[in-house]
Design a protein around this ligand. Structure first.
Ligand code: FES
Length: 115
């Protein structure tokens, strides 16, 4: 990996959990899903909710503020807001964008991320 940085040890993050980490002034979220590690932006593109304070279900993270959901495997938004009328309207105009993903790999017991 090019400019990868160790962000956590594998022992710091159990499967099914996620953690926020500040690296190079970027707020990122690292998740362990069945011992596969994913790294995405920790900031919801709607109103800057902290995704790490939300819920993780497989590779789907739900924003704790208004309930938008993102797939952390590819960064795609899969539900805008809580799915109600406002969510459908925003979905129509694509107001809520996908989230950034970052290359993540494990070397020994280090989780490394390319930023
Ligand atoms: S801040 Fe995340 S859905 Fe509104």
């Amino acid at each position: 990996m090019g400019n990868s940085i160790e962000v956590l040890k594998t022992t710091d993050l159990e499967s099914g959990h996620m953690k926020a980490v500040m690296i190079k002034e970027q707020d990122i979220l690292i998740a362990n899903v069945g011992n596969v590690y994913y790294t995405v932006s920790n900031i919801c593109p709607h109103r800057a909710g902290k995704l790490s304070d939300g819920k993780l279900d497989g590779t789907i993270v739900e924003c704790p503020v208004h309930g938008s959901r993102f797939n952390i495997a590819n960064g795609k938004v899969i539900r805008r807001l809580n799915g109600g009328f406002a969510g459908k309207l925003l979905g129509l105009f694509k107001v809520i964008s996908n989230i950034n993903t970052y290359k993540t790999e494990v070397e020994g017991d280090s989780i490394k991320v390319e930023l």
